[in-house]
Ligand binder design. Structure first.
Ligand code: IVH
Length: 713
């Protein structure tokens, strides 16, 4: 309930600009809360007169200080009408995810991998921070001149959603900072505390509204509201733990940077500790795990980060995760239930995946009724190489099974209870034909998965490919989800059979929307919205497009690597079209990308050379406006665009580090010297490559020369 003093205000003319700004923030929040209570929850919590007074005060302040009028001013808002949709934000520094570890020995391995990369001996000091991994959703807050100017979700890491108006309603997020760098992007986690989550769900149950499965979903659902008034009414919290672009360093250590964020007014996690190596990290992990149940919010592990920011910079990133951090996840949660049936799903690559249909059971707070059974060997109780699993016990429909899940991962079956098996339970026979199209389903030697051979004629594969195409990490088309894809796939007039068909839908429907409007669930407004959403996604980043194609073995990180390497669609498609599996410069180029192996490379080349697939891709591409990859900042880099070869022994850094830094500066690192080489960096013991360089007249420098060349870059 709003208190009286909110309404007892000083004369507008006597206020300074800073006071007015602070009051406008407060008013926006108060009005948003009142709107939400009135319009969305049907339980107004202030009188009409008080509400009008708030709006009047807001309008008066805006008239007197027009520069302070916010884009989403309550003055311009009638009730709580939703905004149009989220704008897109290109992150100036990518928002990454973290590599996961589950076992303790992976932490020792993390430490030694870093030492190897940095060429640090086993005895050299190497400190880490350890802090809870908050189970919410990440958010990037951009401050310019100390003012919060933008808040964006992670999205695909490169492009997120603009949720500024919503973030402003979160009490933990300061609107103004004093003594902050001129540009500062603060990153952290939005989450909902257990008590607030329980109250929200209880309220939803009372009013017949939708409840959330867990606090993380509730936090995400609350932040990603088109109407900030709804976000304002949801009790969201924020912990800061990282940063993006900054105009001046926050500190020289992770611990120092976190302390600085705390001093600037952000909440930082009090369980953050400095540890001097794996033993201390594990000790702190156990301490945090012991407090997990009493923290009042969900955490799903402990994050370890190299403390020295200079070392973090040297370690840099793989495609989607930093080398200097790891998430040590808590063990999975488990529960027993009955396996009702085993169904086979056919995926977009033709894989026949067995799915366990379960009597619903709660595992770690989430109701689970499906779980993966991996493949036919797993059901039979053996590995692909014939080793027994579960002591060789097979899984049969009707069995009592133990289900487990860790974080977001699809639930899995861990074991079964032989004592509770029905005497007439029959072993499960895995199908050798596709249950969807009847084509033969075969297992290639060495492949654990049986696959439908139907290719493009298999409707299940085609539909799954389309569902993947419109999914969140791919084109993410609002209003075109899995359900609509299934509907359009079989539509007699407006069929969507391949991705290109999505972009011709509006034209095929004609300007009057006559056909689609009468479809199940589509009205004039939703048709318009759908066409607009489709139009908006014609402009797509190269890495998202590659991921969306659903090429086997090419996931989000592989797509990001290809996009970074080739830069543009034309360059990529040219090179892959010319590539031959196992030979030639284009093949070598593909394999030279750190993170691309022969399996991925073979799959990519095969796909682009398969005539029907290629024709379908070409039809799609003519519909799109493909954005070149956001290149690493190489402005002013002396080696951008140059081809560099390292040879001999490097003494100040490892080969991996040298390669990664050169690439970060826009250079291409090649394994052999040729006429196309621009520069050779030769350490002691350099042999034939240095000679070859001399013979070709290519500039050759030593390691110190290289370091001098790239300077502090
Ligand atoms: S650091 C460059 N620290 O976990 C690394 N992330 O699985 C940036 N998360 O996307 C992340 N608590 O949303 C970091 N203390 C913490 C975290 C944390 C939760 C989330 C974050 C990230 C995800 C990766």
């Amino acid at each position: 309930m709003l208190q009286g003093p909110v309404l007892a205000r000083a004369d507008v003319a006597s206020l300074t600009e800073a006071e007015a700004a602070a009051e406008l923030d407060q008013l926006a929040l108060a009005i948003a809360r009142a709107d939400q209570a009135y319009h969305a929850e049907d339980r107004p919590d202030i009188s009409d007169a008080d509400y009008d007074a708030l709006k009047r005060r807001n309008r008066d302040l805006e008239r007197h200080f027009p520069a302070l009028k916010r884009a989403n001013s309550p003055t311009d808002r009638v009730g709580s009408a939703p905004a149009e949709g989220f704008g897109k934000v290109v992150h100036s520094v990518r928002m990454l995810s973290l590599e996961n570890a589950f076992a303790e020995d992976e932490i020792a391995e993390f430490d030694s991998r870093i030492r190897r990369y940095l060429n640090l001996g086993a005895e050299a000091p190497l400190a880490f921070t350890a802090e809870p991994k908050i189970d919410g959703l990440s958010l990037s807050l951009r401050y310019e001149g100390g003012h919060l100017v933008q808040a964006a979700t992670r999205g695909d890491g490169e492009i997120g959603e603009n949720v500024t108006a919503n973030a402003r309603t979160i009490a933990d997020i300061p609107h103004h900072l004093t003594d902050a760098p001129d540009l500062l992007e603060v990153r952290g986690e939005v989450y909902m505390a257990h008590a607030d989550f329980a109250a929200l769900n209880a309220g939803a149950t009372r009013t017949g509204g939708k409840s959330f499965a867990n606090p993380r979903n509730a936090a995400a659902g609350s932040l990603r509201q088109l109407d900030p008034a709804i976000t304002a009414a949801r009790p969201l919290c924020f912990f800061a733990y990282a940063w993006g672009a900054v105009s001046a360093p926050l500190a020289d250590s992770q611990m120092g940077a976190i302390a600085r964020l705390g001093a600037l007014g952000f909440r930082v996690n009090p369980l953050t500790a400095l540890c001097d190596g794996p033993a201390e990290l594990l000790e702190h992990y156990r301490q945090i795990e012991a407090q997990r149940a009493t923290l009042g919010y969900d955490i799903d592990g402990v994050v370890y980060k190299v403390n020295d920011l200079d070392l973090q910079r040297r370690l840099g990133f793989r495609s989607a995760t930093p080398r200097w951090a790891i998430a040590h996840k808590f063990p999975a949660e488990r529960a027993w239930t009955r396996l009702v049936a085993i169904d086979i799903q056919v995926g977009r690559t033709g894989a026949l995946s067995p799915v366990a249909r379960l009597d619903p059971v709660t595992v770690g707070g989430v109701v689970v009724s499906n779980a993966t059974l991996h493949n036919e060997d797993y059901i039979a109780g053996r590995t692909a190489t014939g080793e027994p699993i579960r002591d060789g016990r097979d899984i049969r429909p009707g069995d009592w099974v133990e289900v487990y899940r860790a974080g977001d991962v699809i639930p899995k079956i861990r074991d079964l209870d032989p004592a509770r098996r029905a005497p007439d339970a029959q072993p499960y026979i895995f199908p050798d034909h596709c249950p969807e199209c009847g084509s033969e389903a075969i297992r290639e030697p060495g492949d654990a998965i049986r696959r439908c051979t139907g290719g493009m004629i298999c409707p299940a594969q085609a539909v799954e490919k389309l569902k993947h195409f419109v999914s969140r990490g791919a084109f993410d088309i609002e209003g075109l989800g899995a359900r609509q894809i299934e509907m359009f796939f079989v539509d007699p007039d407006l069929a969507i059979r391949e991705p290109a068909d999505i972009f011709t839908l509006a034209a095929r429907d004609g300007a009057n929307l006559a056909k689609l409007k009468n479809r199940d669930g589509f009205g004039e407004k939703s048709v318009g919205n759908l066409f607009q959403a489709i139009e908006e996604t014609r402009r797509i980043s190269l890495s998202r497009l590659l991921f969306a194609l659903g090429i086997r073995h090419l996931g989000e990180s592989g797509s990001a690597l290809l996009a970074q390497h080739y830069g543009s669609w034309d360059r990529l498609v040219g090179a892959i079209s010319r590539a031959r599996i196992g030979e030639g410069p284009e093949w070598e180029e593909l394999l030279s990308i750190d993170g691309v192996g022969t399996v991925m490379a073979t799959s990519i080349v095969t796909t682009f050379h398969q005539p029907a697939e290629r024709a379908s891709i070409d039809r799609l591409v003519t519909q799109l406006d493909i954005q070149d990859a956001v290149r690493p900042a190489t402005e002013g880099s002396p080696v951008a665009g140059k081809t560099v070869v390292f040879t001999g022994t490097l003494e100040k850094m490892t080969r991996a580090e040298a390669k990664a830094r050169a690439e970060a500066l826009g250079a291409k690192v090649a394994g052999s010297v040729s006429a196309r080489t621009d520069l050779v960096v030769a350490g002691p013991g350099a042999g034939s490559k240095a000679k070859q360089a001399a013979a070709l007249g290519i500039e050759t420098i030593d390691e110190d020369g290289w370091l001098a060349l790239i300077g502090g870059a």
